[in-house]
Structure formats: C-alpha cells, structure tokens
Design a protein around this ligand. Structure first.
Ligand SMILES: Cc1cc2nc3c(=O)[nH]c(=O)nc-3n(C[C@H](O)[C@H](O)[C@H](O)COP(=O)(O)O)c2cc1C
Ligand code: SF4
Length: 427
C-alpha cells in the first residue's frame, strides 16, 4: 500500500527543509496556486475526504459551506490537541513531518482564502510544538510563508498555540476561546464558527490528519485518493491500536481495513495467544464497544456506525478475556469526570456520580438497583449537557451496560470482581 501520511516519517532530519523538499515536499503549492480556490474545494469534496478528528464530516463540504464571500479576516485552525486516551496518531505527524503539516496548512488556507492560521498543539507535545515553530521560521525564510508566498500574491501567517492542557480544548469552540486567551468553555452551537469564530470572524477548524491529506489529493487527484481505500472507504487512515495486543502502535492503512486485519495482522494479535478477544473500542475513549462478531466490519465511518459505534479517531483499544470491562469503563469515566470543563451541571456533577457508582460495583460493593440508576443518569447527562463532550463521555459506559450486562451482574451478585481470579490464572 502507498503510504501518504507517513511517507516522510523515516527521514533523518524531519526539521530540515531541504531534505523535505528533496522528497517532493512543498510541490503541491504550485499545483494549488495554478488552481482556483473553488476548484481545490471541489477536488477535496470529490475525494470524499472525511474529517479525522472524530465526527467524520466531509472536509470539502465544510469548506464549501463556509462560502466564498465570507468577510476578511478569515481563519484556519489546525487541530493538533489530541488529548483523548488511546489516540496518539497526530503526534507522529508533529514529531515526524512538521513541514508536511505546514504545507497542508498553506494549501488549505489558500483554498479557504484564510490570511491567518493557527496550529493548536497539545501542551504535552511542547517539544514538537517548538520544532514546528522552527520549521515555520525555516519556511518563512525560504519565502514559502508570509507575504506573497511563493510569488502567488497570497499572504499567510501561521502561529503555533501551545495548549494550557485540557481535553476540552480539542473541541473546536472551546479551542477558539483558548486561542483568544479566554477560559476554554465550549461556545453555543449557534452562531457557528464558520461565520462567527475567532474574534467573531469566519473560522474553519480541521484535524491535522485531515489536512495532511490535502496536498496529496491536489497532486494526484480525487479519484486516486478514493481508490486508496478499500471496502467503500476513501484514502488511508492512521489507525492507533493499543491495549491487549502484541504490537501496539500507529499504522497507516487503507480506510475500510477490517478490524480483524488491524488487530491480528498489523498489531500481531492478542498479547497472550491463550486468551480470547472480549471486545474493543473502535474509535477512541468516547465510542461504544464493538464485540468479536464485529471483527469483519470495515473500519470506515459508515460501516462502524451501522455496527452501532463510531470510527471516531480510528483508535482501537483492545480488551481480552482477562480485562475487566467495568474497570476499563471506570478508568475512562474517571478521566472524563476530571476533564469536564465544569460549565454545566449534568456533566460536572453527573460524571463524578457515575464514577462513584462504578467504583462501588467494581470493588464488590454494588447493589441491584445500580444498573438502572447508571442507565438513567447516562441518559440525563447525554441529553441535558451543553456540549458534545458529555454524550461522548458516557458512550462506553452505556454500551457496556448492554454488551457486558452479565459481567455487571456477576460483580453485584458475588460482591467481588471475577476478573481478579482469571488475571491471576493468566499470569
Ligand atoms: C470533547 C471533544 C474533544 C475533541 N478533541 C479533538 C482533538 O483533540 N482533535 C481534533 O482534531 N478534534 C477534536 N474534537 C473534534 C473537534 O471539535 C472538531 O470537530 C474537529 O477538529 C474538526 O476537524 P475534522 O472535521 O477535520 O475532523 C473534539 C470534540 C470534542 C467534543
Ligand atoms: S458538557 Fe461538560 S465539557 Fe461540555 S460544557 Fe458542559 S461541563 Fe463543559
């Protein structure tokens, strides 16, 4: 398979502009400048490039809906916050291919006619953020960035914003507040950032992996990109695989690769061949579980949704039959409770309540009424909270109540975690 997103990652000195250009880097700028912005947007839409930040929305459609007549100044935000447990793909691009990020931001900003772009980098990736700043300076010195860049008549300034470090800063409206120097609470859905974003101006946010595809689409065409995928998917995808597998890591593979191939071929299978698969989260910490019967589902947005979950960030977290699903869900819910921005009551107070109940069940102190209470609380939290954080936070828990119902019952009836014994046997 042709690697696109990871093709520069083995380069000796990824910060070096000359080395990047020697392997074809920045060539897409001329291709982009020869095209009209509308033509670029049309090509990206025809390629069916879907957002890699979680929701899978069509990138080309998002750009087209923003409208060519949007008033200046217009902003592009490249989202490299990546703070969700189990998702660790964007850091590969940051540390391994900073010039590929800059090139993709330039051509995307040109398509959107955005005069200023921000790359929002997770705080813990500070070293990568500083290297990215160095690479931006290098590109500016070479005339690839700044006023009349590459002689195109187009001006672009790129800033790197290092996050103060909260998960909610990945949500696009909270991120806009963070860039403006405000407390990063999410904003109301209306007015949309596409018309009233940064400092009230038109703003488009995309995940970094989404954007890094754009230069390749411009150089090779929409049809080429579509054909890179399999089983109906388009392009390639950076899949993160973690949990109970032999070789956890990031794998660039065709969009639509079945889960079975990801887990058993590329990640080497379960770390102990004696064990069996219990289930997996297909798209990161805020997606519903899939089960062994879903192993042949193509890992692409629509098939995973049809199977009852979400492709999310394409990050598979694997549980084997020695992993307690309740402890796993408790661990994730603890994370979400800690990361709630605190702005609305159902999320701020509801998530710690879930942690309390789950903890009681996991430690053998649960009661028969707890399952109905968990169900009811999740429904209230998901529907009554202000932003998409809360519905995502309860997704693994809600699906576990259905998929692992007997495990919950066992914990409650026996007043202990049955996995303690099986874990001891497995050692
Ligand atoms: C709580 C929360 C956290 C998010 N974190 C990220 C993140 O770290 N990176 C990201 O690209 N998108 C994240 N998103 C999605 C963004 O709000 C936005 O939809 C995305 O950056 C758009 O890019 P895309 O269309 O290219 O996927 C998050 C959403 C929510 C609700
Ligand atoms: S749902 Fe949670 S993260 Fe979102 S605004 Fe409410 S408290 Fe903040």
């Amino acid at each position: 398979m042709e690697a696109i997103l990871t093709r520069h990652l083995d380069q000796d000195n990824p910060q070096n502009l000359a080395a990047y250009q020697a392997t074809g880097g920045y060539r897409s700028l001329n291709t982009a400048f020869d095209l009209k912005p509308e033509k670029i947007i049309e090509t990206v839409e025809a390629a069916n490039l879907r957002g890699r930040g979680g929701a899978g929305f069509s990138c080309g459609m998002k750009w087209r809906l923003r409208g060519a007549d949007a008033p200046s100044p217009r902003y592009l935000v490249c989202n490299l916050d990546e703070s969700e447990p189990g998702t660790f793909k964007d850091r590969y691009l940051l540390y391994g291919a900073p010039h590929a990020i800059i090139e993709s931001v330039i051509v995307s900003a040109f398509a959107l006619q955005a005069e200023r772009a921000f790359i929002f980098v997770r705080g813990e990736y500070a070293k990568g953020g500083h290297r990215l700043i160095q690479a931006i300076r290098e590109a500016e010195t070479a005339g690839l960035l700044g006023r009349n860049l590459g002689g195109s008549g187009f001006d672009l300034h790129i800033d790197v914003h290092l996050s103060g470090g909260r998960y909610i800063c990945g949500e696009e409206t909270a991120q806009i507040n963070a860039i403006e120097g405000k407390r990063p609470n999410p904003r109301p859905k209306i007015p949309r950032p596409s018309t009233h974003g940064l400092w009230g101006q038109p703003t488009t946010t995309n995940n970094v992996e989404t954007l890094v595809n754009v230069p390749h689409i411009l150089m090779n065409g929409a049809e080429w990109f579509r054909r890179l995928g399999i089983n109906g998917g388009c392009g390639t995808k950076l899949f993160c695989i973690s949990g109970k597998v032999k070789h956890p890591g990031v794998f660039e593979l065709p969009c639509g690769t079945p889960a079975r191939e990801l887990i058993y071929k590329h990640a080497g299978g379960l770390d102990n061949d004696e064990r069996t698969l219990l289930g997996f989260l297909p798209g990161g910490a805020s997606t519903p579980f899939l089960l062994p019967q879903h192993l042949d589902v193509p890992m692409d947005f629509d098939p995973v949704a049809e199977a009852g979950s979400r492709l999310g960030t394409g990050s598979l977290i694997i549980l084997d039959d020695t992993t307690c699903p309740i402890e796993t869900v408790l661990n994730l819910t603890r994370f979400f409770a800690r990361e709630s921005c605190g702005f609305c009551t159902p999320c701020r107070d509801g998530l710690p309540y879930l942690v309390q109940i789950l903890n009681a069940i996991a430690t053998g102190n649960g009661s028969a009424d707890d399952l109905a209470l968990l169900d009811e609380l999740c429904s209230t939290i998901a529907t009554q909270s202000f932003c998409a954080f809360a519905p995502g936070a309860v997704m693994p828990l809600v699906s576990s109540l259905k998929d692992f119902h007997e495990h919950y019952e066992q914990h409650i009836i026996t007043q202990r975690c049955p996995f303690d014994a099986s874990r001891k046997e497995a050692v």
